[in-house]
Design a protein around this ligand. Structure first.
Ligand code: SF4
Length: 217
């Protein structure tokens, strides 16, 4: 994967590339590589099925996630669960969920690029181990960290990209916290747009299922 091209070959850090999931998780739970380690209650590594066809990457843990050590369990997480259920995706079986950084930034600010870069080897290891067909990027900080694109979500959401150097489809969507701040369901509203986006994800997942079926016949 070209995604790994920036890894420092001479680093003294353990080579996450060759480790199984449980060992990567243990390393993340002891990690102090960036200043976010100081303010955390729990490391929020990720949750869901491994491997899994569908993965979602958000920006960072919030207050509730920091307390529970699980991603997307606060109000935004509950809305995300409902959005996923609307296209028959059940947590934790049908999706793997993680963030660009595993520790909560102070006052829920967006993670800094340097923090995302420090945490990147864990995210890369998760993608390698989960082996998703589709990755949803929830919100601009996730898009920036993964696709290196700094465009407004209103113009980049709902478009398909490839994870650099891979065949994995990447699809930016609005972050559920943004939807909580914009509750209208009227045509053209962020919630309405997200419903259209999730229908597109549903069709793409079905396409991948059909391709998998044909390839084992
Ligand atoms: S955010 Fe990531 S890199 Fe920073 S301390 Fe937590 S696990 Fe380590």
């Amino acid at each position: 994967m070209l995604l790994f091209q920036n890894m420092d070959l001479f680093s003294q850090e353990p080579d996450l590339f060759s480790l199984p999931y449980a060992e990567v998780k243990v390393l993340a739970e002891k990690c102090t590589k960036c200043p976010l380690a100081k303010g955390r209650t729990k490391v929020v590594f990720g949750s869901g099925s491994v491997p899994c066809s569908l993965m979602l990457i958000g920006e960072a843990p919030g207050a509730e996630e920091d307390l529970q050590g699980e991603p997307f369990v606060g109000r935004a997480g509950q809305l995300l669960t409902k959005i996923l259920e609307s296209i028959n995706i059940k947590r934790p079986d049908d999706i793997y969920i993680a963030n660009t950084v595993k520790c909560r930034p102070p006052e829920n600010r967006a993670p800094l690029a340097s923090e995302q870069e420090a945490c990147r080897p864990y995210l890369e290891a998760q993608i390698r181990l989960v082996r998703p067909k589709i990755i949803l990027l929830a919100g601009a900080p996730a898009v920036k960290a993964v696709l290196k694109k700094d465009e407004p979500m209103t113009s980049i959401r709902g478009k398909w990209f490839k994870l650099p150097g891979t065949d994995i489809d990447v699809f930016p969507i609005f972050h559920p916290a943004y939807l909580l701040r914009n509750p209208s369901k009227e045509k053209g509203s962020p919630k309405w747009i997200t419903w259209q986006d999730m229908l597109e994800v549903k069709h793409a997942l079905e396409f991948h299922r059909q391709v998998d079926k044909l390839s084992v016949q």
